[in-house]
Design a protein around this ligand. Structure first.
Ligand code: CAA
Length: 246
């Protein structure tokens, strides 16, 4: 995979960091996106360097189309065209629908679903023209099965699956694959933000009896980005410790 450029949105978060490490280990030039002004960016880059990874940073707000256009133009000018895109950036604003504010709905839909249009639209033409590309969209078990307290998140993540299947068909003859990963509960800050008593109830429902590790998602991203996964497209990969089998 040497010479290929991978862009991971939300690349400095819990899952994003594991993905960046995995793709860099595959020899790719990795660009980690983060929100403009994200305070720990330099610390994160320094940590990666200390681990031996020379990862680039790209600031951009995935919920804003123009910000994504500017970000991708800068990456293409300074590093090269994007060959692998991981649409990973995501947030939660959990509460039952009866209490949900419009701002909570809008924030989750724009960051978790509009972002797929905003970023993918910038790179898809180039991938199709060059005849090779990988788009990996992060969905969620809760987009597949629905989750109490996550009408916004479940709706956005279900939308990710529809987007994946539609776009996969559009570029299927162009050497570009489009797949979705639906993780279950992975031990990241997002999951650790759930109230401890609710978290304990959730672990009890996971047949493997534990949360997943970010690296377990990183391995799958690495595989889907590789040539070994060339015949897989429009698929949803469930990786959830048996929480939901489908
Ligand atoms: N079953 C049925 N009803 C429930 C319930 C349950 N397990 N939990 C709460 N409710 C009901 C309550 O009874 C209450 O109803 P009434 O008003 O009629 O009494 C209503 O829901 C609201 O309850 P609370 O005021 O206690 O709600 P809260 O705001 O304190 O907490 C919650 C609700 C935020 C949804 C909380 O239960 C929660 O955090 N649940 C976990 C949600 C979750 O799984 N999030 C995943 C985050 S990680 C992630 O998203 C990554 C990924 O991809 C997997």
């Amino acid at each position: 995979m040497a010479g290929k450029v991978a862009l991971v949105t939300g690349g400095m978060g819990g899952l994003g960091t594991a993905m960046c490490r995995a793709l860099a280990q595959d020899g790719m030039t990795v660009v980690a996106n983060c929100l403009p002004g994200f305070p720990p960016m330099n610390e994160w880059l320094a940590r990666m360097r200390a681990e031996g990874f020379n990862i680039h940073a790209a600031e951009g707000d995935v919920s804003d189309f123009d910000s994504c256009a500017a970000m991708v133009q800068k990456i293409e000018a300074e590093i090269g065209p994007v060959d692998v895109l991981v649409n990973n950036a995501g947030i939660t604003r959990d509460t039952v629908l009866r209490k949900m504010e419009k701002t909570q709905w809008d924030a989750v839909l724009s960051t978790n679903l509009d972002s797929l249009f905003n970023v993918t639209r910038q790179v898809i033409e180039g991938m199709a023209t060059r005849g090779w590309g990988r788009i990996i969209n992060m969905a969620s078990v809760n987009g597949v099965k629905g989750q109490l307290g996550q009408a916004n998140y479940s709706a956005a993540k279900a939308g990710v699956l529809g987007f994946t299947k539609a776009v996969a068909q559009e570029v299927i003859k162009k050497g570009v694959t489009v797949n979705a990963i639906a993780p279950g509960y992975i031990a990241t800050e997002m999951v650790m933000a759930i109230k401890p008593e609710v978290r304990e109830q959730i672990v009890a429902t996971i047949p493997m009896g534990r949360f997943g590790q970010p690296e377990e998602i990183g391995h799958l991203v690495s595989f889907l980005a590789s040539d070994k996964a060339a015949y897989m497209t429009g698929a949803t990969f469930n990786i959830n410790g048996g929480l939901h089998m489908c």
